[in-house]
Design a protein. Structure first.
Length: 217
């Protein structure tokens, strides 16, 4: 039994090291290839409304380490809050911000988080501290044992999360009681069987969702 566990731990460690090498190579390549889009997005944000180009928010990463996640700013600064959820066509979102959100271009700065080691390309999406505090202890330990990612199964499934929450009388309560438990279930499944093959499938499914979006059911 001990030998089997040791072999499993070694295999998991090897997978995590391979994931990290792929993260570094892929994020560097994508940053270079998308540099013109990044510059165009930065200029669009800068001139569409006053405020910083990047939005920074504290999220909980691997082993409970808190870091600042990076996104292109999509909301007006005067109305920006630290709320973790956005509901429907939030009036705080600028026209440029709406396009960046729909196209997921607002997430591209997180490639810098990947290079820093805060995040991986694929992994459970990092949450804000006050939601992580609500995780059951066993799930918190399991989910935070892997690096959070730019995309995962939950990101694909809840691509229209803002619109879904807009239909609820109590959006925050619905998020805590329905959406978050399902996200935790998917995150725990990923943490149990981390693999490069699954990462590739998630990335392909993410690209499909971005370029061939399905209407909200």
């Amino acid at each position: 039994m001990a030998t089997s566990r040791h072999v499993a731990d070694c295999e998991r460690g090897g997978t995590i090291m391979l994931k990290r090498a792929i993260d570094l190579a892929a994020s560097t390549t994508v940053l270079l290839v998308t540099l013109p889009f990044l510059l165009a997005a930065a200029l669009a944000v800068r001139f569409s409304s006053p405020g910083p180009i990047l939005f920074r928010q504290r999220r909980v990463g691997r082993n409970g380490q808190v870091f600042e996640i990076l996104k292109f700013r999509t909301m007006r600064v005067a109305q920006d809050t630290t709320n973790a959820i956005t509901i429907g066509r939030d009036p705080r979102i600028t026209p440029v911000g709406h396009f960046l959100r729909q196209s997921k271009i607002d997430e591209l700065p997180q490639l810098v988080n990947v290079l820093r080691g805060d995040m991986s390309l694929v992994g459970p999406r990092p949450e804000v501290p006050h939601y992580v505090a609500l995780y059951p202890d066993d799930l918190r330990h399991k989910i935070l044992s892997v690096r959070p990612g730019i995309t995962d199964r939950a990101s694909i499934k809840y691509r229209h999360e803002a619109e879904l929450l807009a239909c609820q009388t109590d959006p925050d309560g619905y998020y805590r009681s329905v959406i978050m438990p399902d996200k935790l279930r998917l995150a725990a499944q990923y943490a149990d069987r981390v693999s490069v093959a699954e990462d590739i499938r998630v990335i392909l499914d993410t690209l499909k969702a971005v370029f061939r979006p399905q209407p909200l059911s």
